[in-house]
Structure formats: structure tokens, C-alpha cells
Ligand binder design. Structure first.
Ligand SMILES: Nc1nc2c(ncn2[C@@H]2O[C@H](COP(=O)(O)OP(=O)(O)OP(=O)(O)O)[C@@H](O)[C@H]2O)c(=O)[nH]1
Length: 169
């Protein structure tokens, strides 16, 4: 094979945080540049967007979890295998900020270590949405050889086979 290119890299991102803090609006703003017309997320929602980093396409799978307590177990089950989290709170709702520490426990228990950049965003005014996702994508891409999968070889039931180009140097 002449040279090695990173192709079809896929990163799993999970939106989390209390109910009604704006997770779905952020995802809609980022993926469709609109605000959603529907109300609270029921169960789970899923959107994709491909970003180009270092001239390489990186497909973001964005899982929008429901913040309502009755969906908590379901939402947390989607944390597993995530490459990045966007933990959202509402600056006008102090309880939603206090609860970020509880969400961090769930994140940390399943997948993540602290080291959290902070972005104040507005889905309504379209402020900092693009920046937040781009920074996270770049951070994931920087660790691509150890964390990312090649979509062409991903298998949802079995461990990844070793034919991926990801680890090529
Ligand atoms: N002012 C303002 N309101 C916002 C912003 N983003 C979202 N909202 C409002 O916040 C409310 C909740 O937004 P959602 O995106 O549905 O919240 P969520 O976190 O996905 O809620 P769950 O699905 O229940 O977990 C809606 O009424 C939005 O209009 C924002 O940037 N500014």
C-alpha cells in the first residue's frame, strides 16, 4: 500500500447534564444550524457531523441523552465507549451547575478522567457552539492512534480486527 491515510475515523460524543439545560439545542445548532421544535428528549437521540481536522475527516457521532431522572440509567448506559463528553449546565440555573459534579461521577465511573475545557455557549445566539465541538474533536483526533476506530472495520459485537490503518505510522 502506498502510504497510509486515516479514513473514516469515528468519534463518539455524549451530551449530558440536567434536563432542560439546552443539550438538544446545542446539538441542533451544531449539526443543522437550527433550533429544535420539539420538547424534552425522550430516551436518546443521535446526530452525526463530519469535521475536517488536519485535512482528515472525523465523523462525530453525537448522542444526545435525556436529562430527566426517569431516563438516568438509560442515559448513563450510553457513556460507555465515548471519546468525549459535553457536560452542559444552564448559567441561569444554579442547581444544574451543582449537579455537574454528580454527572462527572457517572462519566468518570464509566469512561473519563478530569481535564475539562470550559466553554460558555448559546445555542440561541449561536455563540461558541462550533468552537466547543471543534476543540473536542481536535483533542480526540490528537489521540487518534489510541482511541479512534476506523468505521470500515467497526464491529458492534466483536473486538476490532487488526486490519485498521489507524495504528499505521
Ligand atoms: N436563552 C437560551 N435558552 C436556551 C438556549 N439553549 C436552549 N434554551 C432553552 O432551554 C430549554 C431546554 O432546551 P433543550 O435543548 O430541550 O434542553 P435539554 O438539556 O436537551 O433537555 P432534556 O432533553 O430534557 O435533557 C428550551 O426551552 C430552549 O429553548 C440558549 O442558548 N439560550
Amino acid at each position: 500500500m502506498a502510504g497510509c491515510t486515516y479514513r473514516n475515523l469515528v468519534a463518539k460524543l455524549v451530551m449530558t447534564g440536567d434536563s432542560n439545560v439546552g443539550k438538544t439545542c446545542i446539538v441542533s445548532r451544531y449539526t443543522e444550524n437550527t433550533l429544535p421544535s420539539y420538547l424534552s428528549t425522550v430516551g436518546i437521540d443521535f446526530k452525526t457531523k463530519t469535521v475536517i481536522i488536519d485535512e482528515t475527516p472525523l465523523k462525530l457521532q453525537i448522542w444526545d441523552t435525556a436529562g430527566q431522572e426517569r431516563f438516568h440509567t438509560l442515559s448513563v448506559s450510553y457513556f460507555r465507549g465515548a471519546h468525549g463528553f459535553i457536560l452542559v449546565y444552564d448559567i441561569t440555573n444554579s442547581v444544574s451547575f451543582q449537579n455537574t459534579s454528580l454527572w462527572m461521577k457517572d462519566i468518570k465511573m464509566l469512561a473519563w478522567e478530569y481535564g475539562i475545557p470550559f466553554f460558555e455557549t448559546s445555542a440561541k445566539e449561536n455563540i461558541n457552539i462550533e468552537n466547543a465541538f471543534h476543540m473536542l474533536s481536535e483533542a480526540i483526533y490528537a489521540q487518534r492512534s489510541s482511541v479512534l476506530i476506523d468505521q470500515n472495520v467497526v464491529n458492534l459485537t466483536e473486538p476490532k480486527k487488526s486490519s485498521s490503518c489507524i495504528s499505521c505510522r
